[in-house]
Design a protein around this ligand. Structure first.
Ligand code: PSU
Ligand code: MN
Length: 304
């Protein structure tokens, strides 16, 4: 294990015994949801992973180490820290570690940490992608670069329509990232099951997903795989109503001049306000569903 990594004994044991482990990110806890729902959700995700027979490893940066698995105290600091918690992507990791800062890891940084620790499967809500208007702003999430280079399977519910979904899929294609639909041939749009955009391949069970992962990596094709798992039908939000809310959230961010790493957290908070909290409830349902599926994939992968 890399000297910068600090796994909990439970995670270290599971990895040493080739038992299934699922990585979980912390930016969604610190910057993606309000307290106390964020803390409840973080705990619920760990419980989902355990109930499905795998070991959860929530990842964050504390006191100069990348923690692989968090105790209650650490989870609490991340959930209550607000703006004192840095949002860490690839570029930020060395700075935060060297400074001994408290930081939450994005999809990109969580992938890096998972890979270093030897964890192949990671569950999140939605990935970052190509922002609307990227042709002038150049705002393309580092998550896409990381998916291109780091060999981890990321289970998500697609990407939010705060992003430009067709452009996001174009970049994933260019960068060689397989996009698999779990029980669907369509890329899901986070709050809704459908986007009208096709995935590369539909998988109907976790064994098939594990086969594709193994094949990719045995071929020496380094890089991630995106497993897109639609929000459960009963938790879906109305696509038109969400589009209206997204347009308002984007206009608000533009008016306030929000840019760079602050834009995604700002839009998430605005959507929650604009939907009277319904976006948060949907977010929690889909991320729990992703944790369950990720545990299944990790189990299928460790059985081979
Ligand atoms: N999308 C969501 N919820 C989130 C994020 C994205 O629906 O919480 C977080 C993830 O941690 C993701 C990060 O990796 O935002 C992307 O930020 P940016 O767009 O600045 O790359
Ligand atoms: Mn960005």
């Amino acid at each position: 294990m890399h000297s910068f990594l600090l796994p909990t004994p439970e995670v270290a044991d599971a990895l040493a015994g080739n038992r299934p482990v699922v990585a979980l990110e912390s930016t969604v806890i610190s910057h993606g949801m309000p307290y106390p729902r964020n803390l409840e959700t973080a705990r619920a995700l760990e419980a989902e992973v355990r109930a499905a027979g795998a070991v959860p490893a929530t990842i964050a940066v504390l006191d100069g180490r990348i923690r692989i698995g968090l105790d209650d105290g650490a989870l609490d600091r991340l959930a209550t820290g607000g703006h004192a918690v840095r949002k860490l992507s690839r570029r930020d990791l060395p700075i935060a570690l060297a400074a001994g800062a408290l930081g939450a890891t994005t999809v990109a940084a969580t992938m890096i940490a998972a890979r270093l620790a030897g964890i192949a499967v990671f569950a999140t809500g939605g990935i970052g992608g190509v922002h609307r208007g990227a042709e002038t702003s150049f705002d393309v999430s580092a998550d896409l670069e990381e998916l291109a280079r780091t060999s981890v399977c990321v289970v998500c519910a697609g990407a939010k329509s705060i992003l430009d979904l067709p452009k996001t899929l174009e970049v994933l294609e260019t960068r060689g990232v397989p996009v698999l639909g779990f029980g669907t041939a369509e890329f899901p749009a986070f709050y809704s099951r459908r986007s009208g955009l096709p995935v590369d391949h539909r998988c109907d069970n976790v064994t098939e997903v594990a086969d594709i992962l193994r094949t990719k990596w045995r071929l020496g094709l380094e890089g991630g795989v995106l497993l897109a798992n639609p929000i459960p039908a009963g938790d879906e939000l109305d696509a038109d109503a969400m589009e209206t809310a997204v347009a308002q959230a984007l206009a608000d961010a533009e008016a306030k001049g929000i840019k760079g790493k602050d834009i995604t957290p700002h839009l998430l908070a605005a959507l929650e306000r604009l939907t009277g909290g319904r976006s948060l409830t949907a977010n929690i349902a889909l991320i729990r569903n992703n944790a369950r599926v990720a545990a299944g994939v990790a189990t299928a992968l460790s059985n081979s």
